[in-house]
Design a protein around this ligand. Structure first.
Ligand code: AP5
Ligand code: MG
Ligand code: ZN
Length: 220
């Protein structure tokens, strides 16, 4: 059976995590979110988490070597597909991922990137109202609120504000995205593998568009 790889790409706050989770619930593909993986290592206080923490706090990228290792481990899981959220996000990571694909993917396996396009102004608005749960579930105070205030619908955990969702750090994250992201988009575009979605629409509408495109491509 062939494998599908869907790569969510977009600026901070574009809804990659939100859409990746919705897609994961509709398929039997496994989500690999580098940001979530780092955050759970940090919360668990591991050595690995401690070394990643300073990069996340500053809105800088964690060194590629550590990040690629995480992804390599994730790809070893048994699954009919993978959903990438937040990886690859620079040229080096892209070329390392393509090397990994050469090792683990077969001829009929299919890879597509989904660009969730959102402008900087909207990003800042969204991130200032985001709330998170340690289980990875994402909320927004207006657009996607939890049923009970401050509490996760899924696991009952207490919601918190991410410590990189501060105006200064958001500006830094956006700067890195615009600098490092363009060559990645170019690559997928030239390969004819880029699905561009207008990310400034309601969450459900975006999800439906994504499902429609994946059906068109006979991936689901
Ligand atoms: P990561 O966790 O990947 O953060 P990011 O790329 O900055 O993206 P976010 O998670 O902030 O946003 P999102 O696009 O997932 O949006 P969300 O669904 O939450 O990375 C964090 C850090 O980890 C990096 O800075 C770096 O340090 C490190 N890292 C991670 N990957 C790395 C890598 N590959 N290499 C090196 N370092 C790495 O939505 C945002 C908000 O908007 C939510 O409140 C949501 O409810 C709301 N929302 C979503 N969609 C909509 C919509 N359509 N309309 C209205 N509101 C919406
Ligand atoms: Mg995210
Ligand atoms: Zn939760």
């Amino acid at each position: 059976m062939s494998k599908n790889i869907i790569i969510f790409f977009g600026p901070p706050g574009s809804g990659k995590g939100t859409q990746a989770e919705m897609l994961e619930r509709k398929t039997d593909w496994k989500k690999i979110s580098t940001g979530d993986l780092f955050r759970s290592e940090i919360a668990a206080g591991t050595k690995f988490g401690k070394s990643a923490d300073k990069y996340l706090k500053a809105g800088k990228l964690v060194p590629d070597k550590i990040t690629v290792k995480l992804v390599e481990q994730g790809l070893k899981q048994k699954a009919s597909g993978f959903i990438f959220d937040g990886f690859p996000r620079n040229k080096k990571q892209l070329s390392q991922l393509l090397d990994l694909f050469k090792k683990v993917l077969k001829k009929n396996d299919r890879v597509y990137a989904i660009e969730v396009a959102v402008g900087d102004k909207e990003v800042k608005q969204r991130l200032s109202q985001r709330r998170m749960c340690a289980c990875g579930r994402v909320y927004h105070l207006f657009y996607n609120p939890p049923i009970n205030k401050g509490v996760c619908d899924i696991c009952g955990g207490k919601l918190f504000i991410r410590n990189d969702d501060k105006p200064k750090v958001i500006i830094n994250r956006l700067k890195i995205y615009h600098h490092d992201g363009e060559p990645i988009l170019d690559y997928w575009r030239k390969q004819g593998k880029l699905i561009k979605i207008n990310g400034e629409q309601p969450i459900r509408k975006i999800h439906e568009e994504i499902m429609g495109k994946l059906k068109e491509l006979k991936l689901i």
